[in-house]
Design a protein around this ligand. Structure first.
Ligand code: PNS
Length: 166
């Protein structure tokens, strides 16, 4: 049976930390469905279409991945797609409580679907989409933290050249 995982998130925007989790997740799962879902507690910079496009442009070399979006419960989408796992990256202790709560809620909603955590690579331990957006907004150099299409899009959004203050 094909081992399919859903890799859910806001991806606003995708970062190198996300790409690291996808690459490593592919060593465990046959196929990963990267899924943009709604996180009602987040203020977003990019539309779903923009986030999908950025994921698509940032992932050309991966063949066993699919990009999707879903307006509803993560576990419902996982069931629809025949996925038995949810893949999440865990950075610091600060992520733990939120991830723990979400994993337990998802388990309560559907016991057939297991959440699998991968520790974020040390290089990406301090990065998050939110902090990258904040740095980019004020012209900080974030080029080593995001794929090139994301850097370009952030430059367009904030109307400034991000690599300029090295
Ligand atoms: O990248 P994020 O914002 O940490 O991802 C959170 C996300 C989008 C995975 C989470 O908010 C989510 O699963 N949203 C869909 C609704 C849902 O199923 N929520 C979890 C159970 S209440």
């Amino acid at each position: 049976m094909e081992k399919i995982a859903i890799y859910p998130g806001s991806f606003d925007p995708v970062t190198n930390g996300h790409l690291d989790i996808i690459e490593r997740g592919l060593k465990i799962f046959d196929r990963i469905i990267i899924t943009i879902l709604e996180n009602p507690s987040k203020q977003l910079l990019f539309s779903v279409a923009e986030r999908e496009e950025l994921l698509r442009k940032s992932l050309p070399e991966f063949t066993d991945v699919e990009i999707a979006s879903y307006d509803g419960l993560l576990v419902d989408f996982a069931k629809q797609r025949g996925a038995h796992a949810i893949l999440r990256g865990m950075r610091a202790v600060s992520d733990f409580e939120y991830e723990f709560q979400m994993a337990l809620m998802n388990r309560r909603l559907n016991r057939e679907i297991q959440t699998v955590f991968l520790m974020t690579g040390l290089r990406w331990i301090f990065t998050s989409s939110s902090i990258i957006k904040e740095a980019a907004k004020f012209g900080g150099n974030i080029e080593s933290m995001v794929p090139p299409p994301v850097q370009k899009k952030l430059e367009e959004k904030f109307n400034r050249s991000i690599g300029e203050n090295k």
